[in-house]
Design a protein around this ligand. Sequence first.
Ligand code: SF4
Length: 300
Amino acid sequence: MKYIFGPVSSRRFGMSLGIDLSPNEKCCNFDCIYCELQKAPKTDKIVHPPKVLDIIEDVKRGLNKYDVDVVTITANGEPTLYPNLDELVNAVNEIKGEKKSLILSNASTIMEKNIQNALKKLDIVKLSLDCVHSKIFQKIDRPIDKIRVEEIIKGIKEFSKIFHGELVIEVLVVKNINDKNEDFVALNEVFKQINPTRIDISTIDRPPAYNVEPVEYERLFELSKAIKNQHIFIASRKNLANKRESYSREELLQTFIKRPFSEDDIKNILDDASRKIFFMLVREGLVKEKIIANTRFYTA
Ligand code: SF4
C-alpha cells in the first residue's frame, strides 16, 4: 500500500489513516526552518502525482483493515499542490463512511478559489499560520517567491466564511523567531476575524532541517494567554510533573470561563489538588466536556 501510512495515533485528531500524495520525494512550496523532512528545492507542484484511483484502492484496503477516526490527506510536503485534489476529496468522502476527512495544509494556496472549493467538502481542515508579519513569515516559513502572508490571511478569512466543518489553525513557535508576546497579540487580532474551531500551538519536537530551537512548554502557555476566547490546544510531549500549578475552585472556574482547557492542559497544568477540584466541578455540572475537532475540551 504505497499511498497510505499508519494508523497513527495523534492527540490532536485521534487515530488517523494517512494518505501521502508524494511518497517518493518532498514537494513543498515552503522551506520552513522547523521542517522535519529532508531539505529539498522548493516547488509549486507535486512532481509525480499519483492517480486518484490508485490512492483510493489503498485507502479502501486501509479502512477495511484498521479502525480509525480520520482519513488524513497529507504529502511529503504540501498536499494542496496535488493537481487532482477536488477529485480526491470527493472520492475519499464517498468511501470514508462515519470517519472524518482531514487535510493538513500549510495554507499557502488557501487564497485560490478552486482550493477553497475542494477543502470545504472536508470535515476538518488544518491550516498553518505561524505569524502575521511578512518579515517573520519570510524567516520562518521561507516560501517560494510569490507567496505573501497577507494573501494567506485574506484567504483563510474568506475560507472561514464558506467552510462549515471544523477549522483548526496551527501555530508553530520557534525560539527567537515568533515567540514574542506581540507576535501572539497580532495573531489574536486575526483569529478574532477567523474564529477557528480550535487553535493548536506547538513547538519543534523532532530534529529540524535547520539549526533552530524549540521554546519551553511554559512559554507556549504564556503566549497562549494573548489568544482570547478560543479553544487552544498546546501540543507538548514533555512530562511536566514538577511544574504543575495550584488553582483554587474560584480560580479554576474563572479560568475555564476565559479559556477552555484541553485534556492535555488538565494533565500538564493542574497539580493533584487542583485536579481533584476540577473533577468535582465536572461532577457538579459546572464544568462541561466538549469535543472540538476530535480533541476533548473542558469549559465553564
Ligand atoms: S510546509 Fe511542512 S513540509 Fe513544507 S517545509 Fe514547512 S514543515 Fe516542511
